[in-house]
Ligand binder design. Structure first.
Ligand SMILES: [Zn+2]
Length: 498
């Protein structure tokens, strides 16, 4: 049994003014053939800088255990950012189809997608990529893995034979999902017939209420685990969608993969009811910049034994924002005296111009060049204390502006790990306040030193309200409208006669 494996992954923020090109994939992760096989092997680094093991290494390990020969095709991963160009999508498709052509006889393929890829130049890029792969391989099984922030649509469901989503948020089960897909694919090659059913819910929830470790989602995900133990149930998935996607059918969805069509329908329906029942759980209120500063000031003991992290919730680079919003850093710079603060901002021009002015005192305006930011660019005065040109974020300089130390980067800054600041000589232990631009994943890496997390909303493209302004929903969607019954929207979205 020869099983191919491939990945195309990016989470797209439809409000970002930036276009994602093939270079954005190549800069992070783009592998084919032997290089991909080495990365996905047990001793490899699957996605350097992001993850040692993800779906593909999980898939390879489990498939080989089943006696399969695994065949690397193509793997491309870009960081969350703006809509993807048509050119990049065509090149990714061409690369994938060429790899399939060169792979020789295949009995099945595992494809890892994100599910929230978007483009202004092409509708539903992942449905298209799946259709193109199917056209190149008309007669063999394909199993597809998704991030649970993916969006299922009738077109994507028609293109996907067996869809499976992550079960954790923050995501940490990529290898497990890859392994499950290997089992399903191997069974499929050996003659098992999957029956798949799904439901689409006209609801979205803010990020704060979708963590799998906390209620209400803890109960929902446990229910999924229990359902999968029932005889005949092979996989149950809940998709909670990426909020800043402009598809008019944006919302949650459920999928069941079972041994019989009746069971699949019943399970997809049951988990849909369960998910719908938690829709009233809205995320906690976020801080304003000033209330967060006041709270950090009061947290003396916590600051003395570690740091207070402030999540710049209106400029979450981890959700695709460019990272150049200045509202929170302005408040910390102008009104956060006495709090030793580490922060970052994207500004390609400043990061480049100050590179050869190490040690000099400078006055510059930073940020707010790509997206609207309340107050516009921030004028700061400080000394250039660090600079390098080949950081993971491109050109990078660090300014010492008194109580604020500001890292200015050419590309979107992503301080998920303390090393983002530590690597330029700043101590996250000694700081009072550390600004991050990521909703949840940073909490894991900052576990030892983070004494208090404050979520700060200013005004930016990763605000929950931004969804309502941008998406032209076809149906009334909770919580923007009061929706009593999810079934009418589901029937229309799935094109089911009622
Ligand atoms: Zn996700």
């Amino acid at each position: 049994m020869r099983l191919g494996y491939a990945r195309v992954n990016q989470e797209t923020h439809c409000l970002s003014p930036l276009t994602t090109t093939l270079d954005d994939f190549r800069r992070v992760h783009f592998l084919v053939g032997d290089e991909l096989a080495a990365a996905a092997s047990s001793s490899g680094q699957e996605v350097v800088g992001l993850m040692k093991n993800a779906e593909l290494s999980g898939f390879v390990k489990a498939a080989e255990k089943r006696g399969a020969t695994t065949v690397p095709l193509l793997s491309a991963w870009a960081l969350p950012a703006g809509p993807i160009s048509r050119q990049a999508l065509v090149e990714l498709r061409d690369g994938l189809v060429a790899a399939v052509r060169d792979a020789g006889q295949l009995d099945g393929v595992f494809l890892a997608l994100h599910g929230a890829m978007g483009s202004h130049e092409m509708d539903e890029p992942e449905a298209w990529i799946t259709e193109e792969l199917r056209a190149a391989l008309p007669d063999i099984p394909i199993v597809t893995a998704f991030d649970l922030h993916g969006l299922l649509t009738s077109r994507l469901m028609a293109a996907c034979e067996v869809p499976v989503a992550y079960r954790t948020n923050p995501h940490r089960d990529h290898p497990k999902i890859g392994a499950r897909c290997a089992e399903l694919l191997a069974d499929r090659v050996e003659g098992w017939t999957p029956h798949v059913a799904w439901r689409s819910l006209p609801m979205i929830l803010g990020g704060g209420s979708t963590v799998d470790l906390l209620n209400p989602m803890r109960g929902v995900f446990r229910q999924l685990d229990r359902m999968e133990k029932r005889p005949g149930v092979r996989s149950v998935s809940l998709f909670m969608c990426h909020l800043w996607n402009h598809n008019p059918d944006l919302g949650w969805s459920t999928v069941a993969v079972c041994d019989t069509p009746e069971l699949a329908e019943a399970i997809a329906e049951e988990i849909a009811e369960f998910a719908w029942s938690v829709r009233h759980e809205q995320p906690p209120e976020f801080h304003t910049a000033d209330s967060a500063i006041a709270e950090a000031r009061g947290a003396r003991f916590r600051r003395a034994t570690g740091c207070v992290t402030m999540v710049d919730a209106s400029d979450v680079v981890g959700a695709g924002a460019p990272g150049d919003n200045t509202a929170l850093i302005r408040a910390l710079y102008e009104r956060g005296h006495g709090l030793d603060t580490l922060a970052c901002v994207r500004d390609a021009q400043v990061a480049t111009e100050l590179l050869d002015r190490l040690g000099e005192d400078v006055e510059v305006e930073v940020g707010a060049r790509l997206t609207h930011s309340p107050g516009g660019p921030l004028a700061v005065r400080g000394r250039v204390i660090q600079g390098d040109s080949n950081s993971p974020f491109g050109n990078r300089v660090t300014l010492d502006c008194g109580h604020l130390k500001l890292v200015v980067t050419e590309q979107a800054p992503l301080p998920i790990k303390p090393d983002f600041y530590n690597s330029v000589g700043l101590s996250t232990w000694k700081a009072d306040v550390v600004v991050v631009k990521n909703f949840f994943h940073y909490r894991w890496y900052f576990l030892a030193q983070n004494r208090l997390s404050l979520y700060v909303k200013t005004q930016g493209i990763t605000d929950f309200d931004a969804v309502r302004e941008r998406v032209q929903f076809t149906d009334p969607v909770w919580p923007f409208q009061p929706v009593e019954d999810w079934r009418p929207a589901d029937a229309r979205r799935r094109k089911v006669e009622t």
